[in-house]
Design a protein around this ligand. Structure first.
Ligand SMILES: C[S@@+](CC[C@H](N)C(=O)[O-])C[C@H]1O[C@@H](n2cnc3c(N)ncnc32)[C@H](O)[C@@H]1O
Length: 348
């Protein structure tokens, strides 16, 4: 099937999903701050009926930010972010599926009113992530995407466009489906498997290569939970491949941004994370407690929105900070600790 045909299938699939399949994905609310869980409770019913993300993740420090949500569906994350950026911030959602965008637009005034705004500080467009640059957007401070890149045939194009649209110093917070092995080419024509994010998902370790090639830093894993392939026939077809919904922070550093290793001390100034700030699955910053980080993380902390949240001093020793963590190992570690995450969705 051609790339165009695959995307047409996906668009049709997500426009009819609600009526055809009893398909649900889990918001993963236990990992979110209370303030954000409360916002989720106030999201429009029509939107949440069509929430198909890989578990909501929300970037920090976004007051006043201009944000793009790639593959926003019926608008759940756009609405949450619109509240968090405040009236001076702005959120743009794009999705290739016209009926999802139409639900989002239909719910916009009501949702803006629920946030106490006279008019929406957000907008929606029908657009293909592979052709984002055609829309002529001004660059964004932050870009998010939840459960979408696994459905995009030409990921290279979508990553390139994302990198071009992100301001230097900006964060791309991607939450998506990944697999543990190459997907059989011939299965890509199985419309249901593709549309449910399996056969189009990247092998998790390939994310680093495509990210770096397109000007991002090496990803930091912030969250991983399983996708449950329940259907035995699919399990066999998929060669028992495993799938995970995993979230990663990627940054686009300003040109020339570079510094050496550092001792960084979190100041406790990120809203919702006043005592501890989870950077990724390995590193938890504690307010007032110095941590040595390697040159790459020191550079990110010094040249992005996080610079105001840390005291940063040169460190002359050798230190290696973990990144590009294996989400399947993360899930296995959690299971060993008796904290196995629940599946985000299942394929039945
Ligand atoms: C699994 S749903 C997630 C929707 C939304 N992010 C949410 O959390 O509810 C995937 C979405 O990606 C959209 N999508 C798939 N391919 C796309 C593309 N090439 N460009 C833009 N959106 C796309 C689909 O139409 C669908 O709405």
């Amino acid at each position: 099937m051609s790339d165009h045909a695959l995307t047409t299938v996906v668009s049709g699939f997500y426009s009819e999903l609600n009526e055809k399949l009893n398909f649900k994905t889990r918001v993963n609310s236990q990992d979110l701050p209370e303030r954000i869980n409360k916002l989720i409770e106030k999201l429009s019913e029509e939107t949440m009926k069509r929430y198909y993300g890989s578990g909501i993740v929300v970037p920090e420090n976004i007051k006043g930010a201009r944000i793009l949500d790639i593959g926003c569906g019926s608008g759940s994350l756009v609405f949450i972010l619109a509240n968090l950026v405040g009236p001076k911030g702005y959120v743009v959602g794009i999705d290739v599926c016209p009926s999802q965008i139409s639900i989002a637009q239909q719910e916009s005034d009501k949702q803006a009113a629920a946030w106490g705004y006279d008019k929406p500080n957000f907008e929606f467009h029908v657009a293909n992530a592979e052709r984002l640059l055609d829309l002529g957007f001004e660059p964004f401070d932050v870009i998010v995407s939840n459960g979408v890149f696994c459905l995009i045939p030409d990921k290279e194009k979508a990553f390139k466009a994302t990198g071009d649209l992100l301001k230097p110093g900006g964060q791309f917070y991607i939450n998506d489906v990944y697999t543990d092995r190459e997907q059989p080419e011939e299965l890509k024509s199985n419309e249901k498997l593709w549309s449910l994010g399996t056969t189009g998902s990247m092998v998790w370790s390939d994310l680093k290569d495509i990210a770096v090639k397109n000007g991002f830093t090496v990803p930091y894993l912030t969250q991983a939970a399983p996708v449950d392939i329940k259907n035995e026939e699919y399990k066999k077809l998929l060669n028992n491949a495993k799938y995970t919904c995993a979230a990663w922070r990627l940054f686009k550093l300003p040109p020339g941004a570079k510094r050496g290793p550092a001792t960084v001390t979190y100041l406790g100034t990120i809203e919702d994370y006043e005592e501890t700030f989870p950077w990724d699955v390995d590193l938890m910053f504690m307010k007032g407690q110095p941590v040595n980080v390697d040159a790459e993380l020191a550079t990110i902390l010094a040249f992005t929105t996080f610079k105001k949240n840390f005291d940063i001093k040169d460190y002359n020793g050798t230190v290696t900070t973990k990144r590009n963590q294996d989400p399947f190992k993360r899930m296995a570690d959690l299971a060993n600790e008796g904290r196995a995450p629940e599946p985000i969705y299942s394929v039945e």
